[in-house]
Write a new protein. Sequence first.
Length: 217
Amino acid sequence: MVSLLLTFAVKEESRPFEKLIGADSGLRVLVTGIGPRNAEKAIRSAFATGRPEVVLTCGFAGGLNPELATGTVVFSADNDSGLSPALLSAGARPVSFHCADRVAATIDEKKALRQSTGADAVEMESGIIRAFCREQRVPSATVRVISDAANENLPLDFNRLLDAEQNLRYGRLALMLLASPGKIRALLGFQKQTKAAADGLAGVLKKVISSQAQVRS
């Protein structure tokens, strides 16, 4: 039986964690795809093949609260998940999340979301995953890392790279960069930034899982 299911939208979010944690029969990593629709389809399929004891929905989040710097690991956990003490001990910060159906690409978009929702961070998958977990009476938590702060514009409008199924189309990226080659440098810088953020998230997740394993033993 899988005791812990960790979901990530894309492989770039999960790869550092998978490298760090290695093989663990009690863990399962699920890459859902981007957005609520893909997340719901993936989580339902995962439960159909094995019901976990706890679900963590992980990955990147955009900062809405100006106090959250890039690289800050943030979380929101069900009381019955038992994860909050371990997350706090690992350095994660409790926040409120807004689950959106599109990428918040600009400072102005983030500011508007902060004003309309009061949330500290925005992402695209956790809302639907955790709603499903509540239906199934499986405790869950959102554990994310700030990939871009509230005062940062993304180097590209990533919404333009997604098709109707919210899958990334790399051909669109190539065309966009051909049209605006000056964006390449900014994109490479953002890639380096998100890699560091994913590494930080992986470290926190490893600490939390190690702590939970000690509790169970």
